[in-house]
Design a protein around this ligand. Sequence first.
Ligand code: WTA
Length: 640
Amino acid sequence: MVYPYQIQSLSDYKKAYQQSVEDPENFWASVANHFTWHKKWDKVLDWNFTDPKIEWFQGATLNITENCLDRHLEKNGNSPAIIWEPNDPNEKPRILTYSKLHEKVCQFAQVLLNNGVKKGDRVCIYMGMIPELAIAVLGCARIGAIHSVIFGGFSAQSIADRVEDAQSEFIITCDGAYRGAKDIPLKNVIDDALIGNKTVKKVIVYTRTRTPISMLKGRDIWWEDEMRHVEEMGIHTIPAVEMNANDPLFILYTSGSTGKPKGVVHACAGYMVYTNYTFVNVFNYQPAQIHFCTADIGWITGHSYIVYGPLSAGASSVMFEGVPTWPNAGRFWDIVDKYQVNILYTAPTAIRSLMGYGLWPLQGKNLSSLKVLGTVGEPINEEAWNWYNEQVGKNKCPIVDTWWQTETGGCLISNIAGITPSKPGWATLPLPGVQPVLVDDKGNEIIEMEEGVYKGNLCIKFPWPSLLTTTYGDHERCRTNYFATYPNLYFTGDGALKDEQGFYRITGRVDDVLNVSGHRIGTAEVENAINMHAGVIESAVVGYPHDVKGQGIYAFIIHNNTESDESLTRKDIIQTVSRVIGPIAKPDKIQFVNGLPKTRSGKIMRRILRKIAEGETENLGDITTLLDPGVVEEIKKGYI
Ligand code: WTA
């Protein structure tokens, strides 16, 4: 495929940006013209940020899988769509060409139909990183079912909450998943999640690990058996269901500042156009290149830049089942070498963790195929940037620092590989269509520089095609979370700096959301989980700087300690959090305290706890408004 909307030079970028701001409708229409539609739009954009209402390509109909699969068959049918690298390097990799993937997706879509899945039904997918996960996702999209992928590290309780919120009747899972030396019993977790559940009718199970599992009669069915039936029916292709542009494509749950994750909803057309546009542009993708995004499909990065972005562009997308450090810390480099990867897209936390192993894992690995490097998920520190640049990119690969969110669907602020300048630690310039603005706490635009930069809360003032359309089942929640803080602005929850060149640097969350190893976790969520432990009276969770994870989780807990051994209580609490949310939310530090710093109205002053967790003991700011300033001294003494 050739991409007429691919930016080729700095002046191209400037022109595209200007047009996208002055005439967004024509700008996006001219991009959207290069996709396969059943019917083109009547109106490119209908929006207001008050309700909010965000509808792109109104009146158009399409199916995203035709854009990701069918349209490549004629010219690219035999080129790899998914290159799958197993957890164990000794196991055989799998390569699915576009033709093969198309066939499998159609067949699996037929399996869904055979089992009563209809357009608009919500299907939860809880699988490891195997090609069948992508097949399940695309199979849903083929028939217009709404997929909700749940990351394989989430607990039974988290799954139960998501299944219930989405009123999901169907689940697709595996017996188990391999992750490094671990074998995760996914189906058993699903069984636990479904205790007492009344909505789920069918659970489709793919065999990956041969972990012994139980199959509930009438509810649980094998993927392989179902696919065999379809094969026997002689079905190799099925028509794609025609979707309205603004029909939901998927739900993806993400943490916010409240205890309950929100079901972010993305619509078919806008999401497709924007993920494709950003994939092709940000990475400066060239036909036949091999793209390796190391994220998990359980997160938005995997949705947009393993599945939909690359496949809609006809690229070859590497999908890796394992972890970067198993069986050794050379795993990424082996994969780059083995498949001659051209674009590597990973998270700063992975880079920092690999840096810790020194240079031996890189020795003897041929990384000369690499052309573009990317990072996502959290701010990248200069040391990690330099290491990535020198040791991996050998000083010849541009590094794109892509800032975006689950809600934004695709990258919003990022340099464009080889075309716009980079600046270590800075996401740099907004992509075409993106109009950022920094505001103070009252919502006024920051117009004065402080020490050479503008500093404020990052908002966006105009929609781009893959902005979330709602939060599932609760539109009001979408409004209050994103559009009510500042009138007529989408509020990101991030703080940012802007320099005199107009470059942005994201400084981190300004709300009660942590970013641990690039994963979003709400402090309230962790507190709720901790409070479920018998004996915990109250808790307050904050983030603190962590060398590898970016942020670590620091919990201050009031506990009626009956156990003589504090460390056992600590272990129990960690276990509780792991059971309620998942291992990713386990506190790194737990400090038992007798009281928490509260205002007279009973609000916990997190600002003070954050300072203490950062190791700051002197400048804690004004503590005179506290109900009992004495607790602060005690907490400072107990700092770990
Ligand atoms: C953070 C991941 C700095 C940010 C795609 C955002 C970043 C949150 C960057 C979204 C970056 C993401 N530099 N911070 N390049 N990219 N973030 O929803 O705080 O999992 O709000 O989406 O990650 O996390 P999410």
